[in-house]
Design a protein around this ligand. Structure first.
Ligand code: PAP
Length: 368
């Protein structure tokens, strides 16, 4: 277990090393037991080799953030697809009202509406400049996504993070791999749930350790909320479970943070509810691209939409397996000295009116 001081040192060294990642990667610890990709450990996290080799350097050297960009960040299987749909529909509601029959989310997978930053750079056939040029072409405000840890991000970004119960994220990941095993070339015989659980508890999984991923963003959200000076990161920390309980309230908070709060007139017209409905599991599951299509990265569209509830881990893991995760997380958070709690920190989610940012004011024109 790394102490908090050791983790700070790791973060500093990690930042300094992004430029020479290509040389560094072959020397980093390797993990091949967690499909679908070989992982390397750097800066305290296990990330896909290609992400480290090509994705991270390009994000720092080629990607040019804009003040109006919104970056959606998450540990895998924490509600990214849902967050992408909600943020995209909110940011572009002037051009694409949620009721429009040809709304992009009625035709395309949310992952094809909101690209992953580092994954695009890591896995595209094009070179980094060509990928960056495509990002430049995205209509403003750009909504982008990442699974990178907070300490791997460039500065000056407005970040919305979504956190989920680690047990549900783990089970959702394992079922996702099982569902797409054919296209991912994964032999599930060698990846039973017990193996996934053990790797997860050692933090040796995509983006792991999950708790460290979450805590970095949570700490950033508390450090910077309402006090960020120009050029600083600002992080809105959302919880999947809270979003399930109150999707409308969460969306209003997110829109305010994104700089495109819903007007009273929009609220009265039911625009917020219409976006929530458009992005609901039921509606997204009906979309042909999400039923039978594949995303731009070749993954089955339907693999991203399963149950979408809190606590479903218990349908797949025994109570003992659940306790094992809880115990590891609790121990690790104690060693780090973090006040973070997955069950909630006793604080209600920040109300939209309590969020003060120094970021540009609303950049969306509400639909007329
Ligand atoms: P990713 O990291 O590969 O992008 P991500 O979207 O974060 O995946 O996670 C998928 C989970 O979000 C699935 O959870 P489950 O396996 O426990 O069911 C998926 O069902 C859920 N999900 C996808 N879309 C929605 C939605 N519209 N509302 C609620 N949950 C959703």
């Amino acid at each position: 277990m790394a102490s908090s001081h050791e983790e700070d040192e790791e973060e500093k060294q990690c930042l300094a090393s992004f430029a020479k990642m290509a040389e560094l990667v072959p020397t980093l610890p390797l993990e091949t037991r967690c499909p679908p990709l070989p992982l390397r450990q750097h800066g305290g996290f296990w990330l896909p080799e290609a992400t480290l080799r090509r994705g991270v350097p390009a994000v720092h050297a080629v990607f040019a953030p804009r003040p109006t960009d919104v970056l959606l960040a998450s540990y895998p299987k924490s509600g990214t697809t849902w967050l992408k749909a909600l943020a995209f529909a909110t940011a572009h509601r002037a051009v694409h009202p949620p009721s429009a029959h040809d709304h992009p989310l009625r035709r395309r997978n949310p992952h094809d509406c909101v690209p992953f930053l580092e994954i695009g750079f890591a896995f595209a056939d094009d070179d980094a400049d060509a990928v960056a040029a495509k990002l430049e072409e995205l209509p403003a405000p750009r909504v982008l996504a990442t699974h990178l840890p907070f300490s791997f991000l460039p500065e000056r970004l407005r970040v919305v993070y979504i956190c989920r119960d680690p047990k549900d994220a783990l089970v959702s990941f394992w079922l996702f791999i099982r569902k797409s095993s054919e296209s991912l070339g994964v032999d599930m015989e060698s990846f039973p749930l017990q193996e996934a659980l053990e790797l997860f508890c050692e933090g040796r999984c995509f983006g792991g350790p999950q708790w460290r991923h979450v805590v970095e963003y949570w700490e950033a959200s508390r450090r910077r909320r309402g006090t960020g000076g120009a050029g600083e990161q600002q992080v809105l920390f959302l919880r999947y479970e809270e979003m399930l309980r109150d999707a409308v309230g969460s969306l209003k908070t997110m829109a305010e943070f994104m700089g495109c709060a819903f007007s009273r007139e929009e609220e009265e017209r039911g625009v917020v509810e219409a976006i929530v409905e458009l992005c609901s599991m039921e509606k997204l599951k009906e979309v042909e691209a999400n039923r039978n299509g594949r995303t731009g990265l070749g993954v089955r569209g339907d693999a991203f939409f399963r149950k979408g509830v809190a606590g479903d881990w218990s349908s797949h893991m025994t109570p003992e397996m659940g306790k094992m995760v809880d115990q590891v997380v609790e121990d690790e958070l104690r060693v780090r000295g973090s006040a973070f709690c997955f069950a909630g920190d006793g604080e209600p989610a920040p109300a939209a009116s309590s969020i003060h940012t120094d970021l540009p004011p609303s950049f969306c024109t509400p639909p007329t």
